[in-house]
Design a protein. Structure first.
Lengths: 231, 231
């Protein structure tokens, strides 16, 4: 990795990128804000591994400095329809926290982002957390993100030595899915590169029925835009 | 995994187990305290992979309910003598945070433990963090552990729904290495099963010169005991 001046690194950001609508739009926003971009994708043994290819395509479109894929395996931990042998709900969005919730997923992802950010001396960590259209996930709420930031600044050598404080940034936090999509389109993000479906058909088409497909469809509809993934 | 009554699960603990002296003694203490034990070991591409075998042996000796190995790869993140192409210091213990510090390692490990603890409904997470003999690591300090605990209780479905609060337990926090070893011997822990060396020789012998070997040797000496790994 090329050596950067400390001034440049202050403007660097690690962006968690799953390849879905939210994280891809977050990356586009971080780019618009002028950050030098380091995209981090976690392959955690998820059912919808197609999103890993989407992440690589989006990272390339956005011209990131580096795209790091961290491989891990959360299937041993289980407890989620995305990592264990539990059906993905397809009957519509139910109340409460859905079966696709993955225990501690954002905490694990943010922890990797923190480790990389410390190595890069990048003070900014972006995550596409959003409370509006999908309020069920506890690890998408502002109080959680603040607690993670507080913990992060006690966890790292660079912070404890007073050289750098980390900031967790979640620019989508209060946006609706329609607002997110409008913003991404405005920034030139190509949503045909993204992937949302939790449970794709064998031929690699979105199922159209899981929560993630439903939320995506509603978002495009309300944004008055056509989803390039849907024929 | 057998279904347990909620009473039993309240007495369950996820114990982070690297196979070294500290985490193995922590496991022995959790066993003595009567917890039902779930040991979690992370294979993170560390230089000293011998500790993974040690962890399996210690888990077996302690009669854990389950031993889970999570594979990940932190070499892409780098920044440490344990995961990147940086020499392990061997000239004696220097001041400051050593090169063997792995960015965000305890945060990543505790995050996996949290995910598994949520699935198991186990409120206790044990970690062998210790500030006495190795005060350099920021993510071994009590203020860090408290911040992680606060974050954990905002991160998880089970906590947010008010069903369970997580407690991070670090029984070695204020013990010297000699006290830790005395305690482990008292509890019947077989230290010949453990592994400490950061940079073992090809034939699988401790190098005797890295910080971890030095701290272990000093601990055994001060405890008035013989290290079964040293001939």
């Amino acid at each position: 990795m090329p050596v950067k001046s400390s001034l440049t690194m202050k403007n660097s950001a690690v962006v968690l990128l799953s390849g879905g609508v939210d994280s891809s739009t977050t990356l586009a926003i971080a780019k618009e804000e002028g950050y030098c971009l380091y995209a981090l994708t976690v392959d955690y043994g998820q059912r919808h591994a197609l999103e890993l290819e989407a992440a690589a395509k989006v990272a390339a479109q956005m011209g990131v400095e580096k795209h790091l894929l961290v491989r891990t395996d959360m299937r041993g931990i289980g407890g989620s329809a995305l990592t264990a042998d539990i059906d993905v709900p397809k009957e519509g969005i139910a109340k409460g926290i859905p079966a696709t919730y993955v225990p501690a997923r954002n905490t694990i992802f943010l922890s990797y982002a923190l480790g990389w950010a410390e190595v890069l001396k990048a003070p900014n960590i972006f995550i596409g957390a959003n409370v509006m259209d999908y309020s069920g996930y506890p690890d998408c709420r502002p109080e959680y993100l603040k607690a993670f930031e507080d913990m992060a600044n006690l966890a790292t050598k660079i912070s404890v030595e007073g050289k750098l404080m980390f900031s967790i940034k979640a620019p989508l936090l209060q946006l609706s899915k329609a607002d997110i999509i409008r913003k991404g389109l405005e920034l030139g993000l190509d949503y045909s590169l993204t992937w949302s479906c939790y449970d794709p058909a064998p031929e690699g088409k979105p199922c159209g029925r899981c929560d993630s497909c439903r939320i995506r469809a509603k978002g495009f509809e309300e944004a008055g835009a056509k989803d390039p993934l849907v024929e």
